[in-house]
Design a protein around this ligand. Structure first.
Ligand SMILES: *Cc1c(COP(=O)(O)O)cnc(C)c1O
Length: 340
């Protein structure tokens, strides 16, 4: 397979149109069989449910080339299950989970020439998404939906290695206790834009949201879960209003079963932050981004791992998970989905 003529090493994290996208339509109560299309533009009613009332959910995963030349995806079954959960919460029809994984396979194969080579640091980002597509003016769920998957090659999230981030305890709330914080919906991102633009203008990299009810416990940032390390313990946030990150759940397994760490998924009070040794953000895009500092009003929490590099235990977690993904370390059963 002839690869695209791209300087893979200098790719950024932006959208580049590839060969094919996948599209399936839900109409009259059923999904059609779905097809690949080279039309990367969506046309719909100006009154579509997604445009008027933001009825849309999405997922994000990556396909990449392993050390021995296979093309694989990482745990796409979990993306399928999470999208089903997101869909149910927004009264959208579920795209069947087995067909989701099959569609990922199909669209990656159709864009094989766009899958970056091993060692380039780049990957093929896969974005499944679904939206209400017919006209809705009274507030109710749409009747017609599109499930689509677009792919785009992306470079390493952090060029030249990961620089530790500075987080700000957000002035805004992200998710209400019984709201939509646990689903991957565009609406959670729309409302985070003002907060992130402000935080950037103040010199911070990300907002770390406290729980909305009491503002005393840590939740997550706008697009990543947060992880902590103290001694030999890996601490993550247990909360019904955060997005269940697949990277975080995978790291919990890696910490316990590969690195012999103790794992705690639980409430994390803001007052505990200063007792951790290392901190990071996790998600598909960057796997782990180290956090060097968290600013809470006039208080500055500086982690001992510092502002120059990833903490040593965070690095071990990062190296082990990326090693599993790239085929250098044996993966737990079912984690690596072979596409070719
Ligand atoms: C997508 C997302 C994450 C990361 O989830 P992964 O499955 O690890 O990519 C974390 N938080 C939010 C709010 C997200 O939307």
């Amino acid at each position: 397979m002839e690869k695209q003529n791209i300087d893979w090493g200098s790719l950024g994290f932006g959208y580049i149109e590839t060969s094919k996208s996948f599209v399936s339509i839900f109409e009259n109560g059923a999904w059609d069989e779905g097809t690949l299309t080279s039309n990367h533009t969506v046309t719909m009613s100006e009154c579509a449910g997604v445009l008027q009332y933001a009825q849309t959910v999405f997922e994000g995963l990556k396909a990449y080339t392993t050390e021995d030349g296979r093309i694989v995806a990482f745990r796409p079954d979990l993306n399928a299950a999470r999208m089903a959960d997101s869909s149910r919460r927004l009264e959208m029809p579920v795209f069947p989970e087995d067909r989701f994984v099959e569609a990922v396979r199909e669209v990656v194969l159709a864009n094989e020439s766009w899958v970056p080579p091993y060692g380039s640091g780049a990957t093929l980002y896969i974005r499944p998404y679904m939206f209400g597509a017919n006209a809705v003016i009274g507030v109710k769920p749409a009747d017609v939906y599109q499930f689509r998957i677009l792919t785009t090659p992306v470079g390493p999230y952090f060029k030249g290695g990961a620089r530790p981030l500075t987080l700000k305890i957000a002035d805004y709330d992200r998710a209400a206790p019984r709201g939509t914080g646990h689903i991957k919906a565009g609406l959670n991102y729309a409302m985070s834009l003002h907060a992130i633009v402000e935080a950037h203008a103040q010199g911070f990299d990300e907002n770390l949201y406290p729980d909305s009810a009491t503002r005393t416990k840590v939740e997550e940032t706008g697009g990543a879960n947060i992880i902590f390390i103290r001694d030999n313990t890996f601490v993550t946030v247990g909360s019904p209003s955060i997005l269940p990150s697949i990277t975080r759940r995978s790291l919990e397994y890696v910490a316990e079963h590969y690195l012999g760490m103790k794992v705690e998924e639980r409430e994390v009070p803001l007052t505990e932050l200063s007792s951790f040794e290392e901190c990071g953000l996790c998600g598909t895009a960057a796997v782990i981004s180290p956090v060097g500092k968290i600013v809470n009003g006039s208080e500055e929490i500086c982690f001992p791992s510092g502002m120059a590099e990833m903490g040593p235990k965070t690095k071990k977690l990062y190296d082990t998970l990326t090693g599993i993904q790239m085929g250098r370390i044996e993966a737990p059963e079912g984690w690596i989905c072979r596409i070719k």
